[in-house]
Design a binder for this molecule. Sequence first.
Ligand SMILES: Cc1cc2nc3c(=O)[nH]c(=O)nc-3n(C[C@H](O)[C@H](O)[C@H](O)COP(=O)(O)OP(=O)(O)OC[C@H]3O[C@@H](n4cnc5c(N)ncnc54)[C@H](O)[C@@H]3O)c2cc1C
Length: 544
Amino acid sequence: MPGTGLGRCLPVRNGYLLPADDLAGTHDEEGGRLDAGGVALVLGALGEDEGRCCAVAGDGDRDDLARAWERVVEGNREFVRGERDVDPRLDDARVQREESRGTLVVVRVQRCAPRAHDIARLAGRCRRCCRDERGRGRGEHKPEHEPPDHPLNIVTPVDFEPTAEQKEIQALARDFARQEIEPYAAEWDKEHRFPRDTFAKLAELGLMGACIPEEYGGAGTDFVSYILALEELSRADAGVGVTVAVHTSAVTLPLLAFGTDEQKSRFVPPLARGEQLGAFALTEPEAGSDAGALRTRAEPDGDGWTITGAKQWITNGRYAGTFLTFARTDFETSGARGVSAFILDADQVRVTRDEEKLGLNSSATNDVAIEGAVVGRDRLLHEENKGFRVAMQTLDGGRIGIAAQAVGIAQAAYDVAREYAKQRHTFGKRIAEHQAIQQKLADMATEIEAARLLVHRAASLKDKGDRVTEAGAMAKLFASEVARRQTGEAIQILGGYGYTKEFPVERYYRDAKITEIYEGTSEIQRLVIARSILGVQQRQLAQG
Ligand SMILES: Cc1cc2nc3c(=O)[nH]c(=O)nc-3n(C[C@H](O)[C@H](O)[C@H](O)COP(=O)(O)OP(=O)(O)OC[C@H]3O[C@@H](n4cnc5c(N)ncnc54)[C@H](O)[C@@H]3O)c2cc1C
């Protein structure tokens, strides 16, 4: 909080609340204090009962301050106590005195450490003085507060029973994965081979455009079906999983969501039918989590642009026909604003490197250069300078796919570990009879199931048209950490064999790690979730 000189402060919508302890010694008996600097701060000397707190305001101008009051109080309605004590017209004597010192204020919000009763009331769960909807409670007065939509009512019910169609797609993907992917996955990993033919076969089954409407060449399933298929493919080979995930969630779906009618009918069908692969080109050497720092330039050129720059770690780069690419179009503005999204063809992009990776060896990860690609307006996706919105919305959905990939990898590791534990003997019995191994398997099964439920919840919400920023980030954060942790436990259950290439669990372990990194690292997911649950203004986060 600039200019207040006070350390701890809790951001709330449009303002800040300070813990009461931080107020000690900073206010006079009337409860006002101005700190030097642009932000005026006044502390309220409130009664014991109400606690003390402060609100924040603008920088001295009366109208400004009144507007600031509106913003703070309106934005934090649930915290506000005794509104009559807050005077937006600044005609209160105390406020005027502060104002004459260049301060302003708005005070009398609820104390920072709320009482249990306040929370219960806000949550609609007060049993002391409010009636609940069934009339329970002491009934002294009816609840006067609507529960806030966030964060206390965070759980949105979804139906986890798959529909017949969802089961059918899942079975289709599972059968294909068992016959056409799993037997070859170790070889592809060893030889770092991109299994091109496999994607042609997946296309024949409609799985390269599962959740794309039929009118655009897709199979027209819902998002949940697509996610179920992705889990099955990733269970057999995580590289195949990410190829399909990037192609679908990070390229075809954003083209569908943001494209004009002309763009949709021109660019989507070849992708949905699997005739072309898609690549999503956001990350650059200096711009990963901080994707807004990207430097690729799109210079005005006639009615279009000339694009020049370098992108790094682009999944499918070597094999893609369509690149969803991000470049700066406004050079006066730094950061996320001033970035636009473009649709490039393969011949406008040169692959400069094949990345060597820890795992995921059957997927292609490339550095690419864009060297003066000339594009017209027909290649601009969404509005000029609003490309970051495309990127962020794409990643909101894309993360659900990566979370499904993580669940698939973890499930594969668990399957092997469980079977191994039933067969390997030590000290005269199967290791599955040792409690230490049983507990590992129990934890694995529980965590994988929990991760799967989060993934399905996020996918169901997406199908309902809800915003999935938070649900997707939660699913990816949890599922990717489960995958990393439990593939490690699978190796442990297999002992020395787990560390060798005789069993696939070492591959699962190597493959799992990436799910904590791409489409937003776990640290970035935690930021996204924290900002969402705290109701803090979303800053543009990056995560390619
Ligand atoms: C195999 C692979 C495939 C990929 N595929 C694609 C692709 O198809 N398209 C694409 O555009 N990109 C892709 N990427 C890039 C990937 O999305 C980025 O690697 C990722 O977003 C992280 O960026 P970074 O590697 O630059 O890490 P950095 O941003 O440099 O982060 C380094 C560390 O700092 C932490 N950190 C950074 N900022 C913060 C913060 N504000 N708070 C707390 N911690 C922070 C990070 O969490 C991380 O631990 C791929 C990467 C790999 C390895």
